[in-house]
Every structure is written in structure tokens, then in C-alpha cells.
Design a protein around this ligand. Structure first.
Ligand SMILES: Cc1cc2nc3c(=O)[nH]c(=O)nc-3n(C[C@H](O)[C@H](O)[C@H](O)COP(=O)(O)OP(=O)(O)OC[C@H]3O[C@@H](n4cnc5c(N)ncnc54)[C@H](O)[C@@H]3O)c2cc1C
Length: 434
């Protein structure tokens, strides 16, 4: 593992500013880190940089029932737990409680609530950020609105270090329904056909996904509407599931515990958020992973589904593939209303990944990683995919700027020139100045 020159643990916004001012004087890069979950370890720094780890700036404070101040080092688990305790409130975040808010919210933020309530990025009302030229500034729809636009989709490292968020929290849904259908992979063609056609007129309260792992397939639905009727109607359209399917109703708090998916964690998410910190550190030590993603803009015909199945038939046991419905509240904003462009007409998100906690790279890991790469490329003729999710950073993408930001690239470069003309804040895939 590469070690940075130094590791700073600021406790205030002013200390972050001081770190940047020092770094600029000494011509040393600063690398912000929140949850440390960057798939390519972009927040780990290198021998020429200083890591500014924001974990100590992790307050979650209600300014009012419609404005929550959140520190840039908070994990999504602690935000969910604290907002719920503060007033049964929530912001839509992903499932994994150890992911950091800074990385998640600035690049999108998918989760089971996105079709109902939008992405994490869509709940941001205001940001404080340390920039290269102007120092610590506030950005929102009225002040520095161009930078506010850019940070909502391209905020990770590109323009400075975020030191505070104001989110618009919402009342947490009282219940969440989860329905699971299990299949052998051999049923893929039948299942995918129903899954994609069910998307067309599904209510936004329902989200649907297909997870493929160990040559098995799960169709998973969530419904936030408070009534189980609608998603059960959707589930009846599917072929008979093999044994082991389920229907579960969770209270919102129980759902947080369930998603933590770990007995130890389940005891602590709502009680001792400090423990999340230990888990986060454990997670950061995991060495090997590769994730790729793309967005599906068209519905597959019979031959295309067949071709997809022929690829999936060869999936190694250590690789997972996930197909996720998009749409709903994600499309309430246009593709250029924020820097997050993957909206409207992006029907599904497809993710493929492998991870290993082993100390060394095994032959099976190498094979799995090769399959992950091949899947991504072999799906181009099927889906004609052109965009990838910027939060699933992928160092192998040559056309990463257009894949992550689509038509918004030129505007992002212009804003980069205005706020960071010397490219002081950068990472291997950051927005360039020209
Ligand atoms: C186990 C796991 C589960 C995941 N689940 C989901 C999910 O459900 N939904 C989803 O949408 N994504 C998910 N992701 C992807 C996740 O959104 C990204 O990996 C995200 O970048 C992680 O943010 P972080 O703060 O934890 O990471 P970090 O590694 O700390 O940061 C990510 C990037 O942001 C920069 N950065 C950090 N803090 C700041 C700051 N304050 N200001 C400016 N730049 C900053 C870093 O330098 C780095 O480039 C998951 C990832 C993992 C590993």
C-alpha cells in the first residue's frame, strides 16, 4: 500500500482551510478522505500528497425540520441513525452504512429509496467548500451557483474540499416492504423479460433489481408506499420462484438494521455509531476489488436477452452482477440541472464486481477480474452503453469524462478554470482545466 507524506485529522472547517493553504505554499497536494470507500482508493493519497481525513468533522445537527447540517466526514449509517433519532427524518442514501457522505452525495447516491425520493445528491441544499483561490466559501442556488451545480454530480475532489453540507431531510417512510423471488440462472431470459417490462408502468414507490451471484438469481423489490398491494401485483407477473422467496415488512429503523446485515452492526447502528468507525477502517483495509457499471437506455429484444444470458452463463462464482431500475424521482431533475447527468431514458443501471479480502491476488481473483472486464465490453453490442456511474470509479475507463458526466463536461471544465485554474485539486480522473 502507498503511504502519504502525512495524514491530517482536522476537527474544524478552518483547519481544513489551513491544510490547503499550507499545501499550496509547500506545493504538496492534499487528498480529502471521508468514508474511504473509493473503489480505486483515490482518497488514499500517495508519496507526494497529504491525506486530509475528515472523519472528525461528522456532526449531524438539525437546523430545522427541513435543514440538516452534516459534517463531510460522517458515514451514511451515522447520518441515518442520527436523523431518525432526531425526528424520524431521513435522507435517501445507499445500503452500506460505512460509505462516507462526501463521496456518495457528490457523485449521485443510489439506494432503495431513489425512485421514491431521489438521489442523495438531490437532497443537498447548500455546501461549504475550501477552494484553491477563494478559500472557504458557501455555495447554493443563489451564491456561487455555478459551483453548486458542479458539486452536485462532480463534487469529489474536483473543485476543493467540502467542509459542510446542508441537506433537506424528509420524514422517513413508516414501512418498507421487501419481496424476494429466487431462481436458477437458467430462468434468466424469462425473468429479465418480465423485469424490464414491469418497469414501464411501475409506481415510483417500487424499486426492482436482479442480483446474480453463485449462478443463482434473486429478483428483489422494495416498496415505500405503505401498502403492499402494488408491489405484490408486480411480483405476480413473474414465473414461479424456486423455494426460499420471501415477503418482509420493515419499520424504517428495522430496515436500517437489516441493511447493516451483520449481527454486531445490527446492535450498534442505532446505539453506538462510533463502532461504525471501526468497521469503516476494516473496510478500508480490504485490498482487492474491481467494479464496473453502465446505464441501459433501451429495452432488450429476445435476441439481445439471449446474448446477455450466454454471457452470464459463464459468470464465475466470485463475481456478482446487479441490474437496477432507475426512473421515478431520479428523473424529476433534467440531465443538465445538476452535474449528475444519468437521468431520463436511463432505464436501468448495471453493475458488475469482484472483491477479495485475501492478502494476495489469487488465480481465481484474476480470472474473476478478467470476467468483470469482459462482461462490460461484451455488453456494448447488446446495450450500446455510453455512460458509467462516477461513484463506481473505474481507472480503466479511457473515456471517463464523457462516461461520468455526458454533455456536462464542457461546463464542468469551464467551472474548473474559474475556481481551480492551476488544477491544485486533482485525482487520476478529475476534471481537467482544458
Ligand atoms: C461497500 C460499498 C457499498 C457501496 N454502496 C453504494 C450505494 O449503495 N449507492 C451508491 O450510490 N454508491 C455506493 N458505493 C459507491 C460509493 O458511493 C463511492 O465509493 C463513494 O465515492 C464513497 O465515498 P466515501 O466518502 O466513502 O469514499 P472516499 O474514498 O473517502 O472518497 C471518494 C472520493 O471523494 C473524494 N472526497 C472525499 N471527501 C471529500 C470532500 N469532503 N470533498 C471533496 N472530495 C472528497 C475523495 O478524495 C475520493 O476521490 C458503495 C461503495 C462501497 C465500497
Amino acid at each position: 500500500m502507498k503511504h502519504p507524506l502525512a495524514y491530517l485529522l482536522p476537527q474544524t472547517e478552518e483547519q481544513v482551510l489551513a491544510a490547503v493553504v499550507c499545501g499550496q505554499k509547500l506545493k504538496i497536494s492534499v487528498v480529502p478522505r471521508c468514508g474511504g470507500h473509493s473503489f480505486e482508493k483515490y482518497s488514499y493519497g500517495d508519496t507526494n500528497s497529504v491525506v486530509v481525513d475528515l472523519r472528525k468533522i461528522n456532526q449531524v445537527v438539525l437546523q430545522s425540520t427541513t435543514a440538516a447540517e452534516v459534517g463531510p466526514g460522517a458515514s451514511t449509517g451515522e447520518i441515518s441513525a442520527k436523523l431518525w433519532k432526531l425526528g424520524k427524518l431521513f435522507i435517501p442514501v445507499g445500503a452500506c452504512p460505512t460509505v462516507g457522505i462526501s463521496g456518495l452525495a457528490t457523485g449521485g447516491g443510489y439506494g432503495v429509496f431513489d425512485r421514491s425520493y431521489g438521489l442523495t445528491v438531490d437532497s443537498i441544499a447548500e455546501i461549504n467548500i475550501v477552494t484553491a483561490i477563494q478559500g472557504l466559501i458557501t455555495v447554493n442556488v443563489s451564491v456561487n451557483s455555478d459551483l453548486f451545480w458542479a458539486l452536485r454530480g462532480a463534487g469529489a475532489v474536483n473543485y476543493g474540499i467540502i467542509t459542510k453540507f446542508i441537506f433537506r431531510p424528509k420524514t422517513a417512510p413508516p414501512h418498507l416492504f421487501e419481496g424476494i423471488l429466487n431462481y436458477d440462472l437458467g430462468s434468466f431470459e424469462q425473468v429479465y423479460k418480465v423485469w424490464q417490462s414491469s418497469f414501464v408502468d411501475a409506481r415510483r414507490s417500487i424499486s426492482g433489481r436482479i442480483l446474480i451471484a453463485n449462478k443463482q438469481m434473486q429478483v428483489i423489490f422494495y416498496d415505500t408506499s405503505g401498502s403492499s398491494q402494488e408491489y405484490q401485483n408486480v411480483m405476480t407477473k413473474f414465473p414461479n420462484s424456486i423455494s426460499g422467496g420471501s415477503n418482509t415488512t420493515y419499520s424504517y429503523a428495522d430496515f436500517l438494521l437489516h441493511e447493516a446485515n451483520n449481527l454486531t452492526l445490527s446492535k450498534i447502528v442505532l446505539e453506538n455509531v462510533q463502532e461504525l468507525e471501526n468497521l469503516r477502517i476494516e473496510y478500508m483495509l480490504q485490498e482487492f476489488r474491481k467494479t464496473k457499471s453502465f446505464f441501459a437506455q433501451h429495452f432488450l429484444d429476445k435476441q439481445e436477452i439471449r446474448a446477455l444470458y450466454e454471457i452470464l452463463e459463464t459468470i464465475p462464482d466470485n463475481v456478482k452482477v446487479l441490474f437496477v431500475w432507475l426512473g421515478g424521482a431520479i428523473d424529476d431533475l433534467g440531465q443538465d440541472e445538476t452535474a449528475f447527468c444519468h437521468r431520463t431514458g436511463r432505464h436501468f443501471r448495471v453493475e458488475v464486481w469482484i472483491e477479495s479480502t485475501s492478502n494476495s491476488i489469487s488465480a481465481s481473483y484474476q480470472q474473476g477480474k478478467f470476467w468483470v472486464e469482459s462482461f462490460f465490453h461484451n455488453c456494448i453490442p447488446i446495450y450500446d452503453h455510453k455512460e458509467s456511474y462516477q461513484n463506481f470509479v473505474d481507472a480503466d475507463l479511457v473515456d471517463y469524462l464523457t462516461r461520468y458526466y455526458g454533455h456536462n463536461v464542457d461546463k464542468l471544465i469551464e467551472i474548473k478554470r474559474k475556481y481551480d485554474p492551476d488544477n491544485y485539486f486533482h485525482s487520476p480522473q478529475s476534471i481537467p482545466t482544458n
